[in-house]
Design a protein around this ligand. Structure first.
Ligand code: NAP
Length: 248
């Protein structure tokens, strides 16, 4: 039986790379996106060209009604869900904490933390053996920022990723007896659009010489770690993290 996988924020960057990889692995891929329908369509088309099955779903996963609607549509389209990648995330312009407005903190926490909580909850309600499901796997995309704190750039973002790490640990223990494994991936400096949102599109190239491997990472390298944690090869791993950082 084909497994159905929801990846939030799968129209671009790490989520898109994970979706393409998952399609080749035989998952039915639910490609969630916020607003870039063209990019999401391209991901779906490429998965189909590669012989896989995928559907694009627009939803702002930081909003509860939209998450409920998203999971209902997946229920209708596939009947069951077996895996979730909480990948959608944002950062905003590089700033110090003393320059930040409360509204920005709300936006970052909603997009990065509330979204993961809501999607995990809906997935658990379907996958947990406690609720009659067959079990499953969840991977939360955190960041190396949860360890470094991102001073002078995005302490708010780093804080949100610290919450994701704690969420991963607690949820893994809560669900370990219910057939669901929960793990995290902490990317380092990866070539995606997210750095432009922070006001520095070439951020990875500026920093790469300071990294032990002296290069930035590719989204596919993060996707490989995510797909391994989702797979049965990781059957005894829960509450664990893979840092994909070139040694940082
Ligand atoms: P990205 O290239 O900026 O792509 C972000 C994706 O998230 C897009 O598909 C976007 O959809 C979607 N998205 C944003 N807010 C959403 C919402 N509220 N609801 C649904 N979808 C939403 O980002 P990325 O670099 O691939 O980052 C992916 C994850 O990796 C994030 O959690 C990020 O924090 C983490 N990460 C990235 C790096 C890095 O260096 N790139 C490092 C550490 C951690 P649209 O296309 O529709 O806008």
């Amino acid at each position: 039986m084909k497994k159905t996988l929801l990846i939030t924020g799968a129209s671009r960057g790490i989520g898109a790379a994970t979706a393409l990889h998952a399609g080749k692995r035989g998952y039915n891929v639910c490609v969630n996106y916020l607003s870039n329908s063209e990019a999401a369509s391209k991901v779906v088309s490429q998965i189909k060209t590669d012989g896989g099955h995928a559907i694009a779903y627009q939803a702002d996963v930081s909003k509860e009604p939209e998450v409920l609607n998203l999971f209902q549509k997946i229920d209708q389209d596939f009947g069951a869900i077996h895996a979730l990648v909480n990948n959608a995330g944002i950062l905003e312009t590089q700033s110090r904490v003393d320059q930040l407005e409360l509204e920005r903190l709300h936006r970052v926490l909603n997009a990065n933390v509330v979204s993961s909580f809501l999607c995990a909850r809906e997935a658990i309600r379907r996958m947990s053996t406690r609720h009659g499901g067959d079990g499953g796997a969840i991977v939360n995309v955190s960041s190396i920022a949860s360890r470094t704190g991102s001073p002078n750039e995005y302490v708010d973002y780093a804080m949100s990723k610290g919450a994701i790490d704690t969420f991963t640990i607690g949820l893994a223990k809560e669900l370990a007896g219910e057939g669901i494994r929960v793990n995290g991936v902490r990317p380092g400096f990866i070539y995606t659009d997210i750095h432009a949102a922070g006001g520095e599109p070439n951020r990875v190239d500026r920093i790469k010489a300071t990294l032990p491997m002296q290069r930035g990472g590719q989204p596919e390298e993060v996707a490989n770690a995510i797909l391994w944690l989702l797979s049965d090869d990781a059957s005894f791993s829960t509450g664990s993290f893979i840092d994909v950082t070139g040694g940082r």
